[in-house]
Design a binder for this molecule. Sequence first.
Ligand code: ADP
Ligand code: MG
Length: 224
Amino acid sequence: CQKELRRLEHLNLLGQMSASIAHEIRNPLQTVKGFLQLLQSKEGISPYQTHFILMIDELNRANQIITELLCLSRTKPTNLKLHNINDIINSVLPLIEAQALEEDKIIIVEQKAVSITLLDEDEIKQVLLNIVKNALEASKSKGCVKIITESNQTSVKLIICDNGQGIPPELQDNIGMPFFTTKQNGTGLGLSMSLSILERHNAKLDFVSDKNGTSFFIIFPIVE
Ligand code: ADP
Ligand code: MG
């Protein structure tokens, strides 16, 4: 619980700081990217084509990090409305399935939740995409990711399980810390962004993991 509190303090501080600088950084990045694209089109098939592609890719990556940082801050008020979580899953499923198919993995969906609860549709889509993306990235080809929903009188539960490599016990305390990543090209912001969104929903995020796979559990309270 103490750890959870420390994590949330970290997130709030990071959110406030990033909101104020992110916009300022994004504008010059956009300008540089624009000029690079202009030069690229003027240079035709110059010997520097691959350099241009790399530079633009790197700028896109920087831009992505800023987007994720902004998501940590409360720049946009949460738009909570009554939703069945299954409808939100169905709206992102084509995207998720396309990604899985490309990597020769399968997605299994078991939608057993019947209750509706207060959700911000865009934000919950983002959480789903982040956690499923991690699950797909953790599993080898022929891997399988399950998305399960359940509900009872007091809560709606969303479970995302994979049969990937798991999170080593010594790293489990770092999960959700901003910038914690074990990936070459990771930002380490996906889960902290999700935590921050779920905090605004009064929802709880938990996980269990061993070398046979990882399951993430999200519990949304049903409010009267
Ligand atoms: P990123 O995906 O950019 O690394 P995240 O915040 O999404 O950042 O995840 C942080 C880290 O948590 C990952 O780098 C990975 O080590 C670990 N992780 C998250 N989900 C899983 C999973 N399903 N299986 C194994 N490791 C995971
Ligand atoms: Mg991720």
